[in-house]
Design a binder for this molecule. Structure first.
Ligand code: ADP
Ligand code: MG
Length: 646
């Protein structure tokens, strides 16, 4: 086992930490400085203190465990709720030459074994696991062989019943602390109200309370809430006036497609994004948008996790979000570069009703959830006390048709069964296709001579995917087909044939969602959907929904302040730029704006001269009007003179 590097605990500990973390930051990320609070959080972690980090989305939470993980050496165990999130971080780390692995429910026994062996040898710097995995007895045993030096809990709000995404399996995380009692824990989240903050620390059994919290105030985000019947025209105006890259969130998959089409017809390049698309389609769509080849992405809330695009100029919500937490995260994807960005939310009374109706289907009766569980087990012919570990392609409509059940209710029942750990549901295409060489190098050589038609394909695979003899690697069939100059269908056919012949192991991506049974089938009477959890969840959900309704209803208080109050922040002043603040602006504001423009149209003047001409007006109003003209690109400054832009 590799020697685990530890920091020496001398008197100059802090100086050493300071030096080391900056050199790691430079070496792997090529960044010169930390974002607000990152350094404080990392230092606290390296001092072996349990630490809770609250940074807004895009605030750079990953670095807060990745940098100390690298400084400490050994393996950093990362708990994360979603496969998509894990895979995304793993591929980012790998690109930097850092070894990282995600263990997910969709992996085969063999894949997991390989990953854990590698980790035990000290070859894995970041090991991502789901909280369910941590509860697995065999997995826990193998953990004790690993050189774990840090435990990171990403999306830590999932541990709290007060939070908006409670997952019971998170509650058991603290138990792994027993295996590593000298190891510090760092919990990270973008979203935590007062209750959640103390709840997280309690549930994770922090030795001492220790929280770093960055304000949720987003100075450059302009929140606009609008009652609007004709949302599409309004959206078009925004896109045309603001320009630049944007995201439009809608409630369902079909709407993403319709909207993208509608925008395209209006000569705006747009594509649709949702969890029903294949992995590679989503990658392409996302990348085109990041590279500014597509201007607007029309998406469900599946979009955005792990995506970091600095220059998003607007985020529009065409439907009401389920919670202000979700809204804040989604809207918060705008303006990460610090420049002005708009967050617009349109609603009608119909939307409020829809939100309330939706609430009813979100919480099927407990008896119904049990019924759905039974139906699913029957459909896949799972006998009592068996089924653990089995996975199936899941066709919701077929299962529902067979047992005369309502799809939305079954879908939401599955969400509860997931929370109670009976099964796990994976959206379609979440996992890319994977490939590993099974045959040894020498045999492979002989095989290629004997079956020469496979040779070009095998050679291309070996040339393009390193480490493929040791581990499964993600592949892209279309890309492979292009390189080997064969049709993609042929490549897939060959890969399947080669799998049958024991040359390699090809696990194709599926286009249907998957259900994985995490436990043996349980007798209907014994399924437990903890009623206390269920009712607490329902109540909290209702509270959050009402908070959304109050938010759109309240046009008296600055939007930024409303959000800050919701997140229990108490220090604030009006932002000056949201719809509420603008509506409350002094009448003079617009007058000043148009006067400035007329004044400098023919003869540019200096700012001092300009200011003198507006002496009879309130100075703050003048400054705001002036700044807005600058920000909106209507006027510009050059060599001390103010011009109107052409
Ligand atoms: P979060 O998890 O808080 O939403 P991430 O950890 O995904 O945020 O980071 C968001 C983006 O910010 C990433 O692209 C990351 O590389 C970038 N980032 C993080 N820290 C810094 C830094 N100190 N300097 C520059 N970019 C940073
Ligand atoms: Mg994150």
């Amino acid at each position: 086992m590799q020697q685990v590097k530890r920091l020496n605990l001398g008197f100059n500990l802090n100086i050493n930490i300071h030096k080391e973390i900056y050199s790691v930051l430079k070496k792997y990320w090529n960044f010169e400085s930390f974002r607000p609070l990152q350094e404080e959080i990392i230092t606290s972690v390296l001092q072996k203190k349990d630490t809770l980090a609250l940074l807004p989305t895009g605030g750079g939470k990953s670095l807060c465990f990745q940098v100390p993980g690298l400084v400490l050496g050994g393996t950093c165990l990362v708990v994360s709720p979603l496969i998509a999130l894990m895979n995304d971080q793993v591929s980012n780390l790998k690109r930097k030459g850092i070894s990282a692995v995600a263990i997910s429910a969709s992996m085969s026994f063999k894949e997991i074994e390989i990953a854990l062996n590698n980790a035990a040898l000290g070859h894995v710097q970041f090991l991502y696991v789901s909280p369910e995995r941590l509860q697995n007895e065999a997995f826990r045993k193998s953990l004790s062989y690993l050189p774990i030096t840090l435990i990171a809990i990403d999306e830590a709000h999932c541990i709290s019943q007060w939070g908006y995404d409670f997952r019971p399996s998170y509650l058991k995380i603290a138990e792994v602390k027993d295996y590593f009692n000298q190891v510090a824990m760092v919990a990270l989240t973008a979203s935590a109200t007062k209750f959640v903050v103390s709840d997280i620390q309690q549930k994770l059994e922090f030795k001492n309370p220790n929280v770093f919290r960055q304000s949720f105030y987003r100075k450059n985000l302009r929140y606009v809430v609008q009652y609007e019947e004709d949302k599409f025209s309004r959206l078009l105006k925004i896109i045309k006036n603001i320009g630049g890259s944007g995201v439009v969130y809608v409630r369902n998959r079909k709407r993403t497609q319709e909207l993208a089409l509608q925008l395209t017809k209006n000569k705006i390049s747009a594509s649709s994004y949702h969890a029903g698309l294949t992995f590679s389609d989503r990658q392409t769509i996302q990348q085109n948008w990041i590279d500014n080849k597509t201007q607007v992405i029309c998406a469900t809330n599946a979009f955005g996790m792990g995506i970091d695009k600095p220059d998003v100029r607007f985020v529009a919500h065409m439907d009401l979000p389920d919670s202000l937490e979700a809204y804040f995260q989604e809207a918060g994807r705008g303006g990460r570069d610090g420049k002005t960005a708009y967050a617009s939310l349109f609603f009608t009374n119909g939307d409020i009703e829809r939100l309330q109706d939706n609430f009813k289907t979100m919480f099927p009766e407990i008896e119904y959830i049990k019924l759905a569980y039974n139906a699913i087990c029957n459909y896949y012919q799972i006998a009592a006390n068996s089924g653990q570990g089995l996975s199936f392609e899941f066709d919701l409509d077929k299962v529902c048709a067979s047992y005369n059940l309502r799809p939305v209710l079954v879908y939401n029942s599955i969400k509860f069964l997931e929370k109670e750990n009976y099964l796990s549901y994976l959206d379609a295409g979440f996992e890319q296709s994977k490939l590993m060489m099974v045959m040894g190098k020498e045999d492979l050589y002989n095989f290629q001579i004997k079956f020469s038609k496979y040779e070009p394909l095998i050679k291309t695979v070996l040339r393009n995917y390193g480490g493929i003899f040791e581990n499964y690697v993600f592949i892209n069939e279309k890309d492979l087909a292009y390189k080997v100059k064969l049709p993609a269908s042929k490549v897939i056919e060959y890969l399947n044939l080669l799998t049958k012949q024991g040359v390699l192991s090809y696990i194709p991506q599926t286009n249907l969602p998957k259900i994985i049974f995490l436990e043996n089938r349980i007798n209907n009477k014994h399924i437990e959907i903890n009623p206390k959890n269920y009712h607490t969840l329902k109540e909290r959900y209702l509270e959050r929904m009402n908070a959304v309704i109050n938010y759109v209803d309240n046009n008296k208080v600055c939007r930024n302040i409303q959000l800050l109050i919701y997140f229990n922040e108490i220090d604030y002043t009006d932002c000056g730029y949201c719809d509420v603040c603008i509506a409350n602006r002094p009448k003079d504001y617009s007058t000043i704006k148009s006067k400035i423009v007329t004044m400098i149209k023919k003869n540019p003047i200096t700012i001092v001269q300009l200011k003198e001409k507006f002496q009879q007006y309130n100075l703050t109003t003048f400054v705001t009007a002036y700044n807005d003209l600058m920000d909106d690109g209507i006027i510009k400054e050059s060599e001390g003179l103010i011009y109107k832009r052409k």
